[in-house]
Design a protein around this ligand. Structure first.
Ligand code: RP5
Length: 194
């Protein structure tokens, strides 16, 4: 029997995390009209949100429609199954999955969906996220999960990776990526050492 429960803790419009300012450079570039979510940001617990919100914020900056949800592999396995199986049909193109400790969420999602799964290891209390990293990165051959750095950097890079994937054939997204690349370069060339 398919579960009817769907936990949704954070659901955004394309530009909508309250209190999160768009970077001035990115906000100057026009965005596409809002549409259905293209990226699902999924996490094993609401305690993962301080990490995964960096992925959501990055998607906001690029105007990529997305949704953010808590779906636990071990606490709500039926929910995980239905979320993963319905994701492609709902128009999602990629899943960003963050979890900590015995972090089986990304691998279990990848087992149920043909969509690319981008895994973000959340920094755990006891082992500082090394357990999460190894749990996510050590998938046996056949069911891939792309694995990013532990914590905030991984969350932001997973989102940037998703943007790069979606930028194929989207001139607006490509332009915004180029703007980001230029601003990252300026952080180096214009660095002032006091
Ligand atoms: C995992 O267990 C979650 O991804 C989280 O990182 C970790 C701890 O969860 P909580 O006990 O904080 O809910 O399932």
């Amino acid at each position: 029997m398919r579960t009817a429960i769907r936990v949704s803790v954070f659901q955004h419009s394309p530009r909508g995390v309250p209190g999160t300012p768009l970077s001035p450079e990115l906000s100057r570039i026009p965005m596409s009209p809002p549409s259905h979510p293209l990226v699902g940001v999924v996490m094993g617990s609401s305690s993962d949100w301080p990490t995964l919100q960096h992925a959501a914020t990055c998607l906001e900056e690029f105007g990529v429609p997305h949704e953010s949800r808590v779906v636990s592999a071990h606490r709500t396995p039926e929910l995980l199954r239905s979320y993963a199986r319905e994701a492609e049909g709902r128009g999602l193109r990629l899943l960003i999955a963050g979890a900590g400790g015995a972090a089986h969420l990304p691998g279990m999602l990848a087992a149920w969906t043909p969509l690319p799964v981008l895994g973000v290891p959340v920094e755990s209390r006891v082992l500082r996220g090394v357990d999460s990293l190894l749990s996510i990165v050590q998938m046996p051959a056949g069911v891939p999960v792309a694995t990013f750095a532990i914590g905030e950097s991984g969350a932001r890079n997973a989102a940037l990776f998703a943007v790069r994937q979606l930028a194929h054939g989207d001139a607006g997204l490509r332009a915004r990526l180029e703007t980001l690349r230029e601003s990252e370069a300026r952080r180096v060339t214009e660095a002032v050492l006091s």
